[in-house]
Design a protein around this ligand. Structure first.
Ligand code: KIV
Length: 253
């Protein structure tokens, strides 16, 4: 799709949402380790386990017919060694039926990416703000200034040369997003990386208005499902308390 059409990607964590997004024609669904903050109530992604990712990813795969399903490898399931990465990424593909994994890291991660790809495991890279490095990088814009930009361009090239089929670039200046897309021949999927990336990805809960109080600048909310759930729950409570529910047509004779 690179150079022909922009690629609209979203995260998904469950069967029903995956089915809706797949039917809507979203071509890539990422089972992000953002499941930790969106669905599981953690402060960041670090506590997310491999078993939790497999549980959610298998549900997403069951709901998907056309989209490419990519599973985020959680913290410390691939960093310790290439052997650890091969075993855990292989298990994810075998146990979930997903087609690819995502791992974070730039040039230093290239040998691991190459080993995965050489052994039949497609890899989506992830550079820029990498949430699994929150304790060292924080959650601020990456790649500002010449040195930072050059490093990220080198990272993007190394990840592409290692064989990644696409690259997520998170929270970098918009101009750098365009430079990164031009620097490699694989699709660059931006999140907070400006309009000139080959595609965009957002966290589905942010799109739906189902996230907490933290709203990064790059998020666009398309609907406020959180408010709609609150309205529905309040109306249901009133109906039960007043006896309006269940009515005869919701009851058996
Ligand atoms: O975990 C996630 O949802 C991600 C996206 C933000 C790219 O990594």
């Amino acid at each position: 799709m690179k150079g022909r059409e922009k690629i609209a990607c979203l995260t998904a964590y469950d069967y029903r949402t995956a089915k809706i997004l797949d039917d809507a024609g979203i071509p890539l669904l990422l089972v992000g380790d953002s499941v930790g903050t969106t669905l599981l109530g953690y402060d960041n992604t670090l506590p997310v386990t491999l078993d939790a990712m497999i549980h959610h990813a298998a549900a997403v795969v069951r709901g998907t017919q056309r989209a490419l399903v990519v599973v985020d490898m959680p913290f410390m399931t691939y960093q310790a060694s290439t052997e650890q990465a091969l075993r855990n990424c292989g298990r994810v593909l075998q146990d979930t039926g997903a087609q690819a994994v995502k791992i974070e890291g730039g040039a230093f991660r290239a040998p691991c990416i190459a080993a995965l790809v050489q052994n039949g495991i497609p890899v989506l890279g992830h550079i820029g703000l990498t949430p699994q490095s929150i304790q060292t990088l924080g959650m601020r814009v990456q790649g500002r200034g010449d040195e930072g930009a050059h490093q990220l361009i080198a990272d993007a090239k190394a990840v592409a040369d290692a064989g990644a089929f696409a690259l997520v670039v998170e929270t970098v200046p918009a101009a750098l997003g365009g430079q990164l897309s031009a620097a490699v021949n694989i699709p660059v999927i931006g999140i907070g990386a400006g309009a000139d990336c080959d595609g965009q990805i957002l966290v589905i809960n942010d799109v739906l208005g189902l996230s907490g109080d933290f709203h990064p600048k790059f998020v666009k909310r398309y609907v406020d499902v959180g408010a709609q759930i609150a309205t529905a729950a309040t109306a249901y409570k009133t109906d039960v308390e007043t006896g309006a529910f269940p009515a005869p047509n919701q009851s058996y004779e």
